[in-house]
Design a protein around this ligand. Structure first.
Ligand code: PRP
Ligand code: HPA
Length: 185
């Protein structure tokens, strides 16, 4: 059934803005400085995780001024729903990862199953070092393993359903230039 666009607009009207564009830009500047310090001499392959990682990766990559190769992986487990299921791979790495440093960029570490599976995949493919970077880390105790964190995190965020800056509400509002929380979720 096609989604009702009036509903999509209403969702945005009623949402709470948790972080605005300026706050996100400051977080990206800080992550870029940390990533540069760690990876500038390692000739990394940098993968964004489609679809959610598209916006953060695009804006972060232009802040990184050192040699790297860039690509994407596509793995999804929410598939336009509000809660996650089994991870479904749509596209894996095109490069050989053997002996390489790999940086994975995604929009959010929520329960962490997506990132954990991607890291395991890259290690199994022979990567020497796999680092992870997320714009958001949702605060709750349902992580894939206790204490799970990305190597680089932009902002911690409350345990609500979020959208904007790559994150979707039923496929919409990935393009919103802030982080929004769904009303009453
Ligand atoms: O930490 P987790 O609980 O595993 O959730 C995080 C993942 O969920 C979202 O992807 P989604 O499966 O919604 O696909 P999308 O990127 O196409 O939105 C998000 O972009 C992360 O990749
Ligand atoms: O809060 C969220 N919003 C959108 N997509 C997501 N994928 C994991 N968590 C979320």
């Amino acid at each position: 059934m096609p989604i009702d666009l009036d509903h999509v607009k209403q969702v945005m009207k009623e949402a709470d803005c948790l972080y605005n564009q300026q706050q996100i830009e400051a977080a990206m500047d800080s992550m870029a400085a940390d990533i540069t310090q760690t990876l500038q001499d390692s000739n990394p392959i940098v993968y964004s995780v489609m679809n959610g990682g598209l916006i953060i990766a695009g804006q972060l990559l232009t802040r990184l001024n050192f040699p790297m190769e860039v690509g994407y992986l596509h793995a999804t487990r929410y598939r336009n729903k509000l809660s996650g299921g089994e991870l479904f791979w749509k596209a894996r790495a095109e490069h050989s990862l053997v002996g390489r440093s790999v940086l994975i960029i995604d929009d959010i570490l929520d329960e962490g199953h997506t990132l954990a599976a991607i890291v395991e995949y890259c290690r199994d493919a022979g990567a020497e070092q796999v680092l992870t970077c997320v714009l958001l880390d949702k605060r709750h105790d349902r992580k894939a393993y206790e204490g799970m964190r990305a190597d680089f995190t932009g902002l911690d965020v409350e345990d609500r359903y979020l959208f904007g800056f790559g994150l979707d509400y039923k496929g919409y509002w990935r393009n919103a230039a802030g982080i929004y929380a769904l009303k009453d979720h």
